[in-house]
Design a binder for this molecule. Structure first.
Ligand SMILES: Cc1cc2nc3c(=O)[nH]c(=O)nc-3n(C[C@H](O)[C@H](O)[C@H](O)COP(=O)(O)OP(=O)(O)OC[C@H]3O[C@@H](n4cnc5c(N)ncnc54)[C@H](O)[C@@H]3O)c2cc1C
Length: 422
């Protein structure tokens, strides 16, 4: 127990809400602060909804590096990059390129698989503790995930990856095109080119990220300071951070501070000399009402050709994808939404009402290597839980546990060491 010490968690996305929940269960008195008036309105709002416990390979791979020129030159590419004359952007790109080698990819994948496994066990425990009605509203299901490949050349590489991941405890199997259609009958009439093969992972789950964030924030019992942006952190020599200073001049004083501010985390820390290697990578989703249940997928489908994920959330289908390195602009490009709707109609014709899409865009807080930053900073009472990139929903519960352990013992556990900033 932490003898009732007071911690201020800045950021009430899935990572901050999970941190608040884990710390409150350890005995901390928690204050949760967010600029939005409701938890889960940042990038945790309408993401791909995948609890993607077995698919944690980072973006930075030699294959991605080789594909970059073709992606950047293609008009309908899933990737967009607007170069910026900013030192941090240049540094991030250089570190990204350095991370694109197989030994680094394997180290990162192994560390993330261990964290995702902790996350799954932790989240299951947390969900069991929620009232049944609240839990039902989260659409938490285990439909399994089918990753569909339409180009055969990837097959050998995919088989090698599956074999390696099997050694780390991931149960997945390569399935032929016919079995893809058996596992998900809605694929029987799919467009977008013939299916070559697929990878089936029985254990993958889905959940409504915004609903989960709100539920954990509420269940943490934290004092909420919502609709208030933290403008700066007040530090004193020898004492570390003494207060989070709000935009209106009010202060939240506490013994410890956790930065869980997602893609905006760097803004708060830069004045303290802490430079986070986090690049906002914009992605989009549409959520569509399902009008023909038999034509819509029940299992989660990842279409590797289009780089899109599909998740069924109750009576809705969520489709998400795209990666744009274009700064912190969260405006929605209608062409991206049209492309998502078109892809749904091609892949699952007649499944959804395309006249009523709920469009969304958010910024993945991405580190170059794909590893989040969890634990201590050079300030004695300032902690990080940031940089979860494309996997924040999946990794939030485990990350909160590692953070809690580090704060309790003053040192990271062995499992947390790959994610340390200092
Ligand atoms: C298109 C897309 C699809 C995705 N799909 C998946 C998926 O299927 N599975 C998965 O695991 N992950 C997915 N992700 C990634 C996932 O959404 C993120 O990693 C995760 O939501 C990050 O959570 P967070 O709490 O760090 O950030 P956020 O949710 O953005 O929370 C940060 C909070 O901090 C607050 N804040 C920031 N600065 C301040 C300040 N100065 N004062 C007060 N408050 C502040 C913000 O208002 C915000 O609420 C996807 C992302 C995108 C874009």
């Amino acid at each position: 127990m932490s003898s009732g010490k007071h911690v201020c968690v800045i950021g009430a996305g899935i990572v901050g809400a999970s941190s608040a929940y884990a710390l409150a269960r350890q005995g901390w008195r928690v204050t949760l602060v967010d600029a939005h008036s409701v938890p889960g309105e940042g990038v945790s709002k309408a993401n791909g909804a995948q609890l993607s416990y077995s698919y944690v390979e980072p973006l930075a791979t030699p294959t991605a590096l080789r594909s970059l020129p073709a992606w950047l030159l293609s008009a309908d590419s899933p990737l967009r990059w607007r170069p910026r004359a900013e030192i941090d952007h240049g540094r991030w790109l250089m570190s990204f390129v350095q991370a694109c080698n197989w030994p680094r990819v394997q180290q990162t994948t192994a560390a993330l698989l261990s964290l995702s496994s902790l996350s799954r066990d932790t989240l299951h425990g947390w969900l069991d503790a929620l009232p049944a009605e609240q839990r039902r509203a989260l659409h938490h299901e285990r439909p399994g995930k089918l990753v569909v490949y339409r180009k055969p050349p990837a097959r050998e590489q995919v088989a090698r990856q599956l074999q390696w991941q099997a050694e780390l405890g991931c149960v997945q199997r390569l399935v032929e095109a016919d079995e893809c259609r058996t596992l998900e009958p809605a694929l029987a009439v799919t467009g977008g080119g013939p299916i070559s093969f697929g990878v089936w992972t029985d254990s993958e789950e889905v959940i409504d990220a915004a609903g989960l964030t709100r539920a954990l924030a509420q269940a943490s019992g934290a004092q909420m300071v919502l609709g208030r942006r933290v403008a700066s952190l007040d530090t004193r020599p020898g004492q570390g951070v003494v207060a989070a200073v709000l935009e209106d001049g009010n202060r939240v004083e506490a013994d410890h501070f956790v930065i869980a501010a997602g893609p905006q985390a760097g803004d708060l820390l830069r004045p303290l000399g802490v430079r986070l290697p986090i690049e906002p990578i914009k992605g989009y989703s549409v959520t569509l009402p399902v009008v023909d249940a038999a034509a819509a997928p029940r299992v989660s489908i990842t279409d590797t050709g289009r780089k899109l994920v599909h998740a069924r959330l109750g009576a809705q289908l969520r489709v998400a994808g795209f990666a744009e390195l274009c700064g912190s602009d969260t405006r929605i490009d209608p062409r991206r939404i049209e492309a998502l709707c078109r892809a749904v109609e091609q892949t699952f014709p007649g499944a959804c009402d395309l006249t009523a899409p709920s469009p969304w865009a958010g910024l993945r807080p991405a580190t170059p290597s794909g590893r989040p930053l969890i634990g201590a900073t050079p300030q004695r009472n300032l902690w990080l839980n940031v940089g979860h990139g494309a996997l924040g929903l999946t990794l939030a519960a485990g990350s909160a546990m590692l953070l809690g352990e580090a704060m309790q013992h003053g040192a990271p556990s062995l499992q947390a060491q790959p994610f340390c900033y200092v």
